[in-house]
Each structure stands twice: as structure tokens, then as C-alpha cells.
Design a binder for this molecule. Structure first.
Ligand SMILES: Nc1ncnc2c1ncn2[C@@H]1O[C@H](COP(=O)(O)OP(=O)(O)OP(=O)(O)O)[C@@H](O)[C@H]1O
Length: 598
């Protein structure tokens, strides 16, 4: 025979889950109490009752008993039935829908578990509540062991509303202890700064209204009327940073809006985001990671929304489609605002956040086509904005890597070319995109090998004259896997030009790593190398005085080897290439040789 039995809830276990596993913030019970008070006021407003909403929090301390926090609101209150139904039944809420978003509800509570968080700091929750519907007053005492007492207070006639008493647990180190004026004040300000009802804190006979000024920002129209200094002050209060510039943003629905502050210092690309978000005017988090696109690291924002779904702890938001849409739409709003910033602000911004802007520009053509004039690039003449570069040069060449730039910078300068170093983060992507986007600007990618095509070849007589010596030098350098060639080029003070492709640079690196590895790994690495790897070329400049002397002074083969090897080592060092083992040995050998001559 089967019997229908009821689940039992083990309240102590529930409290453990709440305090140790659900909430990260240990002061969450203050948020839950604020939220309940606020929701009760919202519910009373729905009854169309005429009253001035207020939340009154007092902290009492005495030598005889533990400190107590009393949360008082003039909201809808609860009838006796509702007390049984909603207070004494876990996970039952009077606030309807369990999901945020389309329902457009203005309640903050949802799950019917928030009040339990008070048990993290208090053995007992006492609630005295007067219903706005029946005007009956009920006292409810819930204990952390899962029992509760309820009694009707017939003798008192109170205004509608609720008082919740929590008394500090006896514990040496209570997590999230707000039973002192300073922390309680801070916590109330943190969670309640945007809530509509006035929040007053009373302690030792002194009353202070905490949200009078800050709550104005949460109203769309008022936010637009706030002065610059006030908006900057809010940034300092909530995000803790002294910002200089900001703009107001909102998404397409207008249900998420707020302030986008421009971070006044450089931001690391992996930095954690700082975005404070309020849901239905209640503070949710200061570090919302997904509400703005990744590129928007240079923005810290304060946002108010009523269209996102919080996770159960209400310390973050569900990463769902709604959040993605909001993030994308806010991203567009940020871009639009940047575009309309005054030139001075934009230049200042670029100075600090050029990397973030480049990140965005490399992904987003629309943004790029607006922002490119302000982007700084490294050129032969130092750092310049693309605007200046385009203004002063008809044709602009750019390299793919820093290494390629280094290889050809001297000859490019001699030819008075405008050469941009595309080797820094995002630059080559941006320049590539601009090449297509702005055909009239004649942006051209150039690699070092192409550049060598412009070096002047020797005439037939010269070729004949130097063919033997060239052969000898190539023979000497064969084991270092580099070819020697003779050309004429500007600048004439340059004796050599060392050019190699990306492939030959990679092969070189592979060999160096193999040298430093154990023999098994070494073999493996070397097997990755092509059989006949592409060779770099060391060009000797026949227009250079030193090179001319070397080539015409009738040196012996041995002397010639020392000279050409030394020039090669010099080229490697000038190009910042680490030396391979055999090159290092060769350099030392040649130094000794020279020492002995002195
Ligand atoms: N100050 C109050 N005034 C009136 N009713 C209250 C008050 N505080 C709590 N309640 C009632 O107690 C119920 C349970 O509150 P609790 O905070 O546990 O959950 P909730 O606010 O409904 O949802 P959530 O868990 O999402 O916060 C509420 O649904 C509400 O009916």
C-alpha cells in the first residue's frame, strides 16, 4: 500500500546553502530586507493608496543585549493568511512571475527565499506587520531551527507597513557583520542608492537620509538634467574612480540606460571590467562582465535596467540572448558617442586608449572608417596619426612585422618613402582594411624581398670584376646558410643590408630552439625544417666606401672570411636576431684573430 508523504525542508541545511554557497556577498541580508521593503511599497502603490513611501532603518546597541537592526517600511504589509502563505512557506513569493524581462514587473523579489538570508546573522527574525488591506497587525517570529510563532496584536493599531527585527548572532567573527553604524550605512548606500523610497538610517538619535541625492540618477529624465560635476561625483561614489569624461548611453529599447565613464588611464586588455548595474533600481553588481562588449574596456559604466534576468544570488545576470542584445546595443551607443566627442577629447582619449580603439577598429569597419584619422602609427619619422601621414604623403608603404620594418627602414628612408611599421598590435589588420577602404590613399603593403628588387644591379663589367671574390665569400658563408650578393643602394653609408623572409626567420628560430633542446626533441624539431631552407641574403653595398675597400683591397681568402663573417654578425646584431651557437663561436674566433693582429 502506498502513502502520499510530504517533503520536509531542513532549514538549517537551507541556511548553510544560502550563506556558504549561494551568495558571494555576505551582507546580502541587508539587500534582501531593502528589497522586501521596496517591493511592499510597490505593492501598496498598486492599491492606489495615498502615502509617502519610506524605509527607516535603525541600529540599536546596548550593553545588555546584542545589537539589533530594525527595518521598517510603510508598504503593503501582510495579513495573517499571507504570513502563513509567504513567510512560513519557503520559496513561495507574493510577487508573481519568477522571470524578469518582458513581464515588465517592477518587483525585485521573486523566489521567496531572500528573507532566509537573515538567518546568516541572526538566530531569529521577528516581523511585525500591518496589512494595508485589513489593518490587522501580526507578529511573526521565525527561528533558524525551522519553527515559528505567530500572534495577532489586537491591542495595537499601526499604520500599514512592516518592521523586521534582526539581532546579531553570538559569533566571534560574523561574516557580513553590518551591526555597526559605519558598515550598515555603507551597505545601505551600496544597495539602496537608487531605490525610490527615502531610506533613513537612525543611530544614537541621529537620522540621516541616505539616497535623497543618488536616487535621482535612476530616472531617465532626471539623469539627463544632472550637472557634470554631479555625474562625476556619482562615478566616484559608486565606482570609486575620479573620472574626467563621460557620456550618457541607452540601448534601443530604452529600458537599459546610464552613464559611460571614460577610464582616465591605460587599461590592460585582460583587465576585469568595472560596470555597476542596478536592476529595478536595486544594486546588483559592480563588476558585470557581460553587459558591455569586450572591446569597451576603456568604459566603466553605471547602468539601470529592468529587462535583464538576475541569477538566483542576484549578484549577476544570466548570460542569455537578452543580455547579448543589450550588450550589443550599448556597444553601438558607445561607438556613436565616441564619434560625436569633441576633437580635443578624442585626441586625449586616443592618447590613453589607442590599443582599445585599435582593437575595436580592427573588428569593426564602420568604426574604423570614422576613427582611423586619429589612430597613431609608428613610422620612419616616429609616431604619427594616420591623419598626418595621409596629409603629407601620396603613397604610404607598410610592413607586416617589426622585423620587416627594421630590415628595410634605412633604404626606405634614403628613398624618402613613407614607411609605416605594421608590426605592432592590430596595426597590420587596420592598415590592410584601410588599403581597401581608402583606395585613394595609396596604401601599399611591402615586404623586404620586394624592396630588394629596387636595389641597383652591377653592370656586366663590375659583375665580372667581383665574380671570384663573391664566389669565395659565398663559399665561406655556406655553412651559415646565408647568401652574399653585391648591389648598389642608398644610403651610401650603409655597408650591408640583411634581408630575409618570414620563412627563413622561422627556420632560423627553429634551429636555435633545437640547439638548446635535448637530442630527441632536437631531432624532432629539425625534422620540421624543409630540406633546403630558404636563405637570407646579405647584400654588400658597392656604393659604400668600406665595402668598396673590402672588395678591392686584394685580401687573402682567410682575411676575406673574417671580414664577411664579421659583417654578417654585425647585420644580425643590428637586426636584433639572437645568434646561433655556430655564429657565436665564429664571432669569438674572429675577435681572437683580430686581437692577435693588434
Ligand atoms: N517588508 C515586507 N512587507 C511585506 N511583505 C513582506 C516583507 N518582507 C517579506 N514579505 C513577504 O514575504 C515573502 C517572502 O520574502 P522573501 O524575501 O523570502 O522572498 P521574495 O522577496 O518574495 O523573493 P526573493 O527570494 O526573490 O527575494 C515575500 O514574497 C512577501 O510576500
Amino acid at each position: 500500500m502506498s502513502e502520499n508523504l510530504r517533503f520536509q525542508v531542513h532549514l538549517t541545511g537551507m541556511i548553510d546553502i544560502l550563506s556558504n554557497h549561494l551568495y558571494n556577498e555576505k551582507d546580502v541580508y541587508i539587500r534582501e530586507l531593502l528589497q522586501n521593503a521596496n517591493d511592499a511599497i510597490t505593492a501598496r502603490k498598486r492599491l492606489h493608496q495615498d502615502f509617502t513611501p519610506r524605509i527607516y532603518v535603525s541600529l540599536t546597541e546596548s550593553t545588555e543585549s546584542s545589537p539589533t537592526i530594525i527595518f521598517e517600511d510603510n508598504g503593503v504589509g501582510l495579513t495573517e493568511n499571507e504570513v502563513h502563505q509567504f513567510l512560513a512557506t519557503i520559496a513561495n513569493s507574493s510577487k508573481g512571475e519568477k522571470t524578469f524581462g518582458d513581464s515588465g514587473t517592477d518587483f525585485i523579489g521573486r523566489f521567496g527565499i531572500g528573507l532566509l538570508s537573515c538567518f546568516i546573522v541572526s538566530e531569529e527574525i521577528v516581523m511585525v506587520t500591518t496589512s494595508a488591506k485589513t489593518f490587522e497587525t501580526i507578529e511573526w517570529r521565525g527561528k533558524s531551527d525551522g519553527t515559528y510563532l505567530i500572534r495577532k496584536l489586537d491591542e495595537v493599531q499601526l499604520e500599514p507597513g512592516t518592521q523586521v527585527f534582526i539581532r546579531k548572532k553570538k559569533a566571534d567573527d560574523l561574516p557580513g557583520d553590518c551591526f555597526n553604524q559605519k558598515t550598515l550605512r555603507q551597505t545601505l548606500k551600496k544597495y539602496g542608492s537608487s531605490l525610490e523610497p527615502s531610506i533613513t538610517l537612525a543611530h544614537l538619535g541621529v537620522e540621516e537620509e541616505l539616497n535623497h541625492w543618488s536616487k535621482q540618477f535612476a530616472e531617465h529624465t532626471k539623469l539627463h538634467q544632472m550637472s557634470r560635476s554631479e555625474v562625476l561625483k556619482l562615478g566616484l561614489d559608486i565606482l570609486g574612480m575620479d573620472y574626467q569624461d563621460y557620456f550618457l548611453i541607452e540601448n534601443e529599447t530604452g529600458r537599459t540606460f546610464g552613464i559611460a565613464y571614460i577610464v582616465p588611464h591605460t587599461i590592460h586588455m585582460n583587465a576585469k571590467k568595472t560596470n555597476a548595474v542596478f536592476l529595478n533600481r536595486m544594486f546588483v553588481t559592480k563588476d558585470c562582465q557581460s553587459i558591455l562588449p569586450d572591446w569597451a574596456l576603456f568604459i566603466h559604466c553605471i547602468l539601470w535596467t529592468d529587462e535583464l534576468s538576475p541569477v538566483a544570488s542576484r549578484e549577476d545576470f544570466f548570460k542569455n540572448e537578452a543580455l547579448e542584445l543589450v550588450s550589443e546595443s550599448l556597444g553601438n551607443a558607445i561607438k556613436k558617442n565616441i564619434i560625436t566627442l569633441p576633437d580635443v577629447t578624442l585626441t586625449k582619449l586616443m592618447h590613453i586608449h589607442y590599443l582599445n580603439f585599435k582593437a575595436l577598429a580592427s573588428q569593426d569597419e564602420e568604426f574604423l572608417s570614422f576613427i582611423y584619422p586619429y589612430l597613431p602609427m609608428r613610422t620612419l619619422d616616429g609616431e604619427q596619426s594616420l591623419q598626418t601621414i595621409f596629409k603629407n604623403h601620396k603613397v604610404i608603404y607598410y610592413t607586416e612585422t617589426v622585423d620587416a620594418f627594421r630590415q628595410i627602414q634605412d633604404i626606405a628612408r634614403a628613398k624618402q618613402m613613407m614607411l609605416v611599421n605594421g608590426g605592432y598590435t592590430y596595426d597590420v589588420f587596420i592598415l590592410n582594411k584601410l588599403e581597401n577602404l581608402l583606395p585613394e590613399q595609396h596604401l601599399q603593403f611591402i615586404n623586404p624581398l620586394e624592396m630588394t628588387a629596387t636595389l641597383q644591379k652591377l653592370d656586366t663589367d663590375e659583375e665580372l670584376t667581383f665574380s671570384n671574390i663573391l664566389k669565395e665569400m659565398n663559399l665561406q658563408m655556406d655553412r651559415y646558410k646565408v647568401n652574399i650578393e653585391i648591389r648598389r643602394f642608398e644610403p651610401i653609408h650603409l655597408p650591408t643590408l640583411f634581408i630575409h623572409s618570414n620563412q627563413s626567420q622561422e627556420d632560423r628560430e627553429l634551429e636555435r630552439i633545437a640547439e638548446a633542446s635535448n637530442s630527441l626533441f632536437n631531432q624532432l624539431l629539425m625534422s620540421l625544417q624543409p630540406e633546403e631552407p630558404e636563405r637570407p641574403i646579405l647584400y654588400l653595398n658597392l656604393s659604400n666606401h668600406l665595402t668598396q675597400r673590402i672588395l678591392t683591397s686584394g685580401k687573402t681568402a682567410e682575411q676575406l672570411a673574417v671580414i664577411i663573417q664579421t659583417l654578417y654578425i654585425q647585420a644580425l646584431l643590428l637586426g636584433h636576431y639572437p645568434l646561433k651557437q655556430n655564429e657565436l663561436e665564429m664571432m669569438n674566433r674572429n675577435l681572437l684573430y683580430m686581437l692577435e693582429l693588434i
